[in-house]
Design a protein around this ligand. Structure first.
Ligand SMILES: [Zn+2]
Length: 210
């Protein structure tokens, strides 16, 4: 809850667990999925009516998400009820690469990335522009080319195995670099000045001037 409150304060947008009906899960690493448990409990018990949010992910990610959540969430929650399942908390929505789906009024497409576990990059199209989201990934030119359809690309950047190094992104053309904003930088990391600026928490992206 604190995370949403803080994001609302820094962005100036109205945000809250009760306003989010669609979650896009790129992969199951904790820094991308640990919020699911608290989010799902809040939606089920703190807000009425308790509607299930949709959980959009690759089929192989959806197939294992309950392996992660079940030890904390599969208990019976009412005297008369059986064990809980993923479907009690979320509406699972598998997304396949090459098959666009509509999510919250946006047209969404995914592409599998080169990471240590099944992971997807995402393109989101609206009438006002297209956002590309790399997901966690090694540097892969085919992935950059696919993301290049976007007006603004949020790309991960780190120095560790199975992540994309800043120098690799810096080797791209100026035209592509001008569209890239960096995330996933370890705390305290500074990157050299240039067109690829870090995206800060609470910052609101402008598709026309990212
Ligand atoms: Zn990861």
């Amino acid at each position: 809850m604190a995370m949403y409150r803080q994001a609302a304060e820094t962005s100036g947008l109205t945000l809250g667990v009760e306003k989010i009906d669609d979650l896009v899960l790129t992969h199951l690493h904790g820094d991308h999925s640990n919020g699911l448990e608290a989010f799902a409990f809040a939606r089920r018990y703190l807000y009425q009516p308790s509607t299930r949010p949709r959980l959009h992910a690759l089929p192989e990610v959806l197939a294992r998400v309950w392996d992660k959540l079940a030890p904390a969430m599969d208990g019976a929650t009412r005297a008369e009820s059986a064990m809980s399942t993923l479907e009690d908390y979320f509406e699972p929505c598998p997304i396949e690469p090459g098959v666009p789906v509509e999510v919250a009024g946006l047209k969404m497409e995914v592409r599998r990335t080169a990471h240590s576990v099944p992971t997807a990059g995402v393109l989101m199209r609206s009438g006002s522009g297209t956002l590309g989201w790399s997901g966690d990934t090694e540097f892969e030119m085919a992935h950059i080319d696919w993301l290049g359809q976007a007006d603004c690309i949020v790309h991960e950047c780190g120095e560790h195995f199975k992540h994309t190094h800043w120098a690799e992104l810096d080797s791209l053309s100026e035209a592509v670099k001008e569209k890239i904003r960096l995330i996933h930088l370890p705390d305290g990391t500074e990157v050299p000045d240039g067109p690829m600026r870090p995206l800060r928490e609470g910052e609101v992206l402008d598709m026309k001037n990212c």
